[in-house]
Write a protein that binds this ligand. Structure first.
Ligand code: F6P
Length: 560
């Protein structure tokens, strides 16, 4: 293979993709199809050891996929010639790798160790250090938390705060909401609530549970222009005013890059917590957008979350390709999407506390990887990000797992297990773990006609009954899953886990040659919402220019 200088050249990249396609289309030497997994276990008793990796207490097992030595080598070769390592270095060096928005991508800097030097290198070539502003902002957040927790910062009515409401949507909601849901326990400093949807049923349900004299409100918005967030912020500000009197002493804080808009909304400068435009919304829970986490769980928990992410960053930046967890996770996905043509992936956390993880990953992965053109704007010739969906186990088993076991298209799963629980009900936890393992084993093992027949005969079924039910009771098996085990769910391990997926997304963006850091696809709906909002106003004239369906639906809504 050619040397370093040739990395990224079209011929090498084309050859690497061709090898992946060839392996995905060719029967193995033993005659098994390239998507089958069971023969790989039969052939290699040490398969688990060879296709799993450990990092600290974290275990990643991808042996229940159809990846064998040759496929792994081909995938790693693609990563090499696509220069994932070089692209990773460019990100860490603060280059403007988010080319369409001309921005650096530096969420790593938000969780850097003190003294670690990250720089922003703009499209104009100007290099600026970012560590100082990150450290200063963290110090301000910490002091703010200490004041709230210590009771030196109180509501204008003199009460101590018991609740924090985070008003934000997308990345300004999902990450913090997921983390506090995962780690909050009774006795934590504050209760946290998340208001995202412009549907005021959310606020109508939340407001009666809150006392405006004890509630601190955070307006979390990178742009401070997002329709839903600004509408909800206005509602909640009115609610505070009604109870506490007018501005400026209202217990409001802003988490944003748009300092002018925050000031115009009436937030006192001391309560504006900035972050930079090199923090993408879906990567922002580590920034001031995470303030609700620190307020609800305590500063130590937030610091440990950052530390966990930092540990994963260090691994991602330094570990060799074949041991690099984020890269391996990305390569497994690429094999499933591009090699085997699987269009979706299920995320199944076997931990109720991680109930919002899938929602967070949906934004992280689908907003990042749902792209149809390359970095240079050329049409992609192969599939990019899959549909991501999921629910906590065991609930998922009683809803959509039927399709995963017996539907027509395999859906790879991420099965997340936490070895030690934080409750005293050991028997339930054993059931939970057994269920997670059983799903992965069932997807892999399947059940053939012979086994179904033997089982039914042993249960006394007649031949006619066996014949009638046989096809319905067969499981094809050979359905892939990746299992991740965390030793325990803690701020540190959750930080590691989320950063693992963030870096997986980075790798896939690099492998697919797409910009994983913009999101132009959310804009058109926002644009079209403006005229429709006007058209729905009472007494508004019928607007023209809509398709027949939208015009008909508008009329139907106006009729009532
Ligand atoms: O509409 C999508 C989006 O821009 C996300 O990328 C972002 O996380 C979310 O909206 C919220 O944006 P903001 O933080 O600017 O309110």
């Amino acid at each position: 293979m050619s040397g370093e200088a040739a990395l990224g050249t079209p011929a090498l990249v084309t050859a690497a993709w061709a090898e992946i396609a060839r392996l995905a289309a060719t029967q193995r030497a033993d005659g098994s199809p390239p998507s089958s997994i069971r023969p790989l276990f039969a052939a290699a008793p040490d398969r688990f050891a060879r296709f799993s990796r450990r990092l600290d207490g974290l275990l990643l097992d991808f042996s229940k996929t159809a990846i064998d030595d040759r496929v792994l080598a081909a995938l790693l070769e693609l990563a090499r010639v696509q220069d994932v390592a070089g692209q990773r270095a460019a990100m860490a060096a603060g280059q403007a790798i988010n080319a369409t928005e001309r921005r650096a991508v530096l969420h790593l800097a938000l969780r850097a160790a003190p003294g670690e030097a990250y720089h922003q290198r703009g499209a104009d070539g100007v290099i600026q250090p970012v560590a100082t502003s990150v450290a200063e902002t963290l110090a301000r957040m910490r002091a703010f938390c200490a004041a709230v927790h210590g009771g030196t910062l109180r509501s204008p009515s003199g009460e101590r705060f018991t609740d924090v409401v985070n008003i934000g949507i997308g990345g300004s909601d999902l990450g913090p909401a997921m983390v506090t849901r995962a780690l909050w326990t009774p006795g934590a400093p504050l209760r946290a609530h998340y208001l995202a949807n412009v549907d005021a049923h959310a606020w109508a349900a939340l407001a009666p549970r809150l006392d405006p004299r004890r509630t601190l409100v955070l307006i979390a918005s990178k742009t401070f222009t997002t329709q839903e967030t600004m509408a909800n912020a206005a509602l909640v500000r009115d609610w505070l005013r009604a109870a506490l009197g007018p501005d400026p002493a209202l217990p409001l804080a802003a988490l944003s890059t748009n300092l002018d808009a925050a000031a115009a909304f009436g937030i006192a400068p001391a309560h504006v917590f900035p972050f930079a435009d090199w923090v993408g919304g879906r990567f922002s829970l580590w920034s001031t957008i995470g303030l609700s986490i620190a307020l609800a769980l305590g500063w130590e928990a937030f610091a440990a979350l950052l530390e966990g992410a930092r540990a994963m960053d260090a691994h991602f930046l330094a570990a060799p390709e074949e041991a690099n967890l984020p890269l391996l996770l990305a390569l497994v996905e690429l094999w499933h999407v591009n090699g085997l043509g699987y269009p979706a992936r299920a995320v199944l956390p076997y931990d109720e506390r991680l109930a919002r993880l899938t929602a967070h990953l949906q934004q992280l992965e689908m907003e990042s990887l749902g792209k149809r053109v390359t970095l240079t704007g050329a049409a992609l010739t192969r599939a990019s990000g899959p549909v991501v969906f999921g629910e906590p186990g065991t609930n998922a088993q009683h809803s959509f797992m039927q399709l995963l076991h017996q539907g027509t298209t395999p859906v790879p799963c991420d099965i997340l297990l936490v070895r030690a629980p934080d409750h005293a009900y050991a028997e339930n936890h054993r059931m939970l773990l057994a269920n997670g393992l059983a799903q992965a084993e069932a997807l892999l093992r399947g059940k053939d006609a012979e086994a179904v027949r033997a089982e039914m005969a042993a249960a006394g079924a007649s031949e006619a009954e066996i014949t009638r039910l046989l096809p319905h009771k067969i499981f094809p098996g050979d359905r892939p899953s990746v299992t991740l085990i965390l030793p325990r769910l803690s701020p540190f391990t959750l930080g590691q886990l989320v950063a693992l997926y963030e870096h997986k997304v980075f790798c896939l963006g690099a492998l697919w040659d797409i910009n994983a850091f913009d999101q132009w696809g959310v804009e058109l709906g926002k644009q079209l919402c403006g005229p429709l909002l006007a058209a729905l106003a009472p007494g508004a004239p019928m607007t023209v220019g809509h398709d027949g369906s939208t015009a008909g639906l508008l009329r139907a809504l106006q009729e009532g």
